[in-house]
Design a protein around this ligand. Structure first.
Ligand SMILES: Nc1ncnc2c1ncn2[C@@H]1O[C@H](COP(=O)(O)OP(=O)(O)OP(=O)(O)O)[C@@H](O)[C@H]1O
Ligand SMILES: [Mg+2]
Length: 399
């Protein structure tokens, strides 16, 4: 294991990054390994790949952008410290306002530039004492989110079937999290009635570990899938901090974590996007949904997400005459459609029975399309075929 202390320095100014690095190096000497990022978007990407222990961010660049500050402060398992230069504060902004704003966004500490050796030492002592070093190793699993910009495009259908197919077909452990804050219904698609889930995991706060989270999940004996249910209460106090804590814990336990996501862009959904390795963006070939998806892709681009992160999936696809062709959809979006899931009326029956279609009808075009999508997501690992189970057998095995 790499025992170096990994420090991510975020500032658009190369000279400032160098000066911050020099000050930190004075205290940390040879133990430190420095990574520079010129923007928050770059920092988030580098942050996931390198798992820094400490993030030092020039506040001048992000002060007006609360969302970026929050996203940075939530970088997995890192201590985030803001750095400000008094001369770059806005005319009417005091130093204490700047500090307060950073702390409110979730930064653990704020330092004034030029950095004093003593203050840097104190912060670093806290980082080292906080016991974060052993945790900041690379995680085991990959997180895949299922998103869409309109309700009803098939997120839950795809999430449940994809997760089931991977759980049954891979040697590794797979879990599904229903991250929906209101009216999550993956439970119905699986035919389960769990008594606990994401809300209880979030409420466990610092007590959350693999054993506790398993006790809050249910295992689907038909496929081996582990499932963490959405809250039953629609007013459940779920926020992005709790979501990040839970997903990072799961990422250390499972090779694949599939998240049934929400529509809309806010701190909660953006945190999920940040944590995902790849995101399936679902849509249907109808003009309003295509337009809305094009708009969403533009928003995500403005937020500096890499286009490759998103895999556009055309669901409920039917090539009857007059329907918008998938190539036209790609042109309208300015982003190629990478997967097609055909219209399959048995999707509805599957929901009513609580048996994912990939289990009951593994040979339908829908199930085959989902297998192809799964393969795109996980790369080379072989997904074993699922043997069809009759309703009775799946009842006998099922929960
Ligand atoms: N490929 C498909 N073929 C036919 N029907 C489908 C397909 N995918 C989804 N459906 C149907 O569309 C409806 C909505 O699907 P689903 O609940 O998965 O969408 P969602 O995006 O999760 O919706 P919500 O916004 O309610 O969370 C369901 O009745 C489902 O059976
Ligand atoms: Mg849904």
């Amino acid at each position: 294991m790499d025992e170096a202390i990994r420090v991510l320095i975020v500032s658009p100014q190369a000279t400032l990054r160098e000066q911050i690095q020099a000050s930190l190096h004075e205290v940390l000497d040879e133990r430190a390994r420095f990574i520079g990022a010129e923007s928050v978007a770059r920092a988030l990407n580098l942050g996931r790949a390198n798992r820094p222990h400490l993030v030092a961010c020039d506040l001048a660049d992000v002060m007006e952008d609360k969302l970026s500050m929050r996203r940075l402060a939530q970088l997995p398992k890192a201590v985030t410290v803001g750095i400000y230069q008094p001369q770059t504060l806005r005319a009417n902004q005091t130093e204490s306002e700047c500090i307060l704003q950073a702390i409110r966004a979730g930064f653990q500490d704020v330092l004034r530039f030029p950095l004093s050796r003593q203050e840097v030492s104190e912060v670093l002592d806290r980082v080292l004492l906080s016991g974060r070093l052993p945790e900041a190793r690379a995680s085991k699993g990959q997180i895949f989110g299922i998103f869409g910009c309109k309700g009803g495009v098939g997120r839950t259908t795809v999430a449940v079937n994809l997760a089931t197919l991977l759980a049954a077909g891979l040697d590794d452990e797979v879990c599904l999290v229903d991250t929906t804050r209101q009216y999550g219904n993956a439970r119905n698609y699986l035919g389960f009635d769990p008594k606990s889930g994401l809300l209880e995991a979030v409420q466990a706060e610092d007590r959350l570990d693999s054993e506790l989270i398993r006790s809050l999940m249910v295992r689907d004996e038909r496929s081996g899938l582990w499932f963490l249910d959405a809250p039953l209460r629609i007013d459940a106090p779920l926020d992005q901090h709790g979501l990040a804590r839970v997903l990072l814990t799961l990422q250390d336990m499972y090779s694949v974590v599939i998240c049934d996501g929400e529509i809309g862009v806010d701190a909660y959904t953006l945190t999920l996007l940040d944590l995902c390795n790849r995101v399936c963006l679902l849509l249907e070939a109808v003009v309003p949904t295509i337009r809305a998806t094009r708009h969403l892709l533009g928003v995500l681009q403005d937020l500096e997400y890499a286009a490759e992160k998103f895999l556009v999936v055309l669901n409920r696809y039917n090539d009857f005459e007059g329907n918008v062709d998938f190539e036209e959809v790609g042109q309208a979006l300015g982003h190629a459609v990478e997967a097609l899931c055909p219209y399959e009326r048995r999707c509805l029956i599957a929901i009513n029975e609580g048996v994912p279609l990939v289990l009951s009808e593994p040979k339908t075009r829908f199930s085959v399309a989902l297998r192809e999508l799964a393969q795109v997501l996980i790369g080379d690992a072989e997904i074993q075929p699922i043997k069809k189970r009759s309703g009775l057998l799946s009842r006998l095995f099922g929960g």
